[in-house]
Write a protein that binds this ligand. Structure first.
Ligand code: AMP
Length: 282
């Protein structure tokens, strides 16, 4: 049985399919609760053989020490459907990014979730001379999400998720890999879900514009079946990875006019590339 720490930062080599990404590829998955981003995150990290960092798994793991006051603070925020403090999340991310298995390529599931987290991640990556290649947003209506969450099941030790209707386990209430019992998440109640959706609309949706301006955001139709949404995700990542998206590190070299320069440069660059792409020229 794998520990939850392995579940939150894991690199898999069990997939024999050849990844089309030959260089570093860093991916962010954004989506409301129940959009299927956890399932997609596991599949994509296996396919691309990249380290998967799920902030909710890392946070849940940090709540396991009952005596820690930080653990209690995290539990309280998660159970209320709010966000955990940025400094806690960022220090967990920072710590895990330095692990050898995450030093080259990584996939963030559920991080960043606020503009502040997005800016902090950008600075962190720039300091490591890295960039984000793709930000995938799993888009779906609130009504459908509510149906999905109601019947969601989880294998707690690994973080693998199932759904009674949309993605059922092979055997009822049992994990496909270990055969162990499946549970419901403690924050999958109607009350917490409404609070989480509210938090998502208020704090995470503005982040989408942040990445749209950087021309690395694309929407995936999260109402599709798991494998169809997965195929769409692969196509988007492969496409975006080939694009010469902006590199924060080079912009950072002139700190004086950094904000003005980067905004002007990005908006001109994005407009030109999008017109060229629309005409099939690049
Ligand atoms: P998820 O399973 O990704 O929907 O996350 C479950 C809960 O973990 C969220 O409702 C938040 O309370 C917390 N969480 C996960 N990721 C973050 C993050 N990047 N920032 C703050 N809180 C987070």
């Amino acid at each position: 049985m794998s520990s939850s720490s392995e579940a939150s930062t894991k690199t898999s080599s069990s997939d024999n399919s050849q990844s089309s990404l030959q260089q570093d590829a860093n991916i962010v998955l954004i989506g409301p609760p129940g959009s299927g981003k956890g399932t997609q995150s596991s599949k994509l990290s296996v396919h691309y053989k990249i380290c998967q960092l799920s902030t909710s798994d890392l946070l849940r793991q940090a709540t396991q020490d009952q005596s820690s006051s930080e653990g209690q603070q995290i539990r309280k925020a998660m159970e209320a459907g709010g966000l955990v403090d940025d400094h806690i999340v960022l220090s967990l991310v920072n710590k895990n990014l330095t692990k050898p298995e995450c030093s080259n390529r990584f996939l963030f599931d559920g991080f960043p979730r606020t503009i502040n987290q997005g800016e902090q991640l950008e600075q962190l990556l720039a300091s490591k001379q890295k960039r984000l290649d793709a930000v995938l947003e799993y888009a779906i209506s609130d009504d459908l999400l509510k149906r999905r969450i109601r019947d969601r099941l989880i294998h707690k030790p690994s973080g693998r998720t199932y759904h009674e209707e949309f993605h059922p386990p092979k055997e009822s209430m049992k994990d496909d890999i270990t055969g162990e019992r499946l549970d419901r998440r403690s924050d999958d109640t109607t009350e917490t879900l409404n609070a989480r959706l509210n938090t998502y609309h208020k704090q995470t949706i503005p982040l989408i514009d942040f990445y749209r301006q950087r021309n690395i955001h694309r929407c995936v139709d999260a109402t599709k079946k798991v494998n169809d949404a997965y195929q769409e995700s692969l196509e988007i990542v492969d496409y975006l990875h080939k694009q010469p998206t902006y590199k924060p590190a080079s912009i950072d070299q002139n700190p004086v006019d950094k904000n003005v320069l980067s905004k002007n440069f990005l908006s001109i660059y994005n407009s030109v590339t999008s017109v060229l792409r629309d005409h099939g020229l690049i």
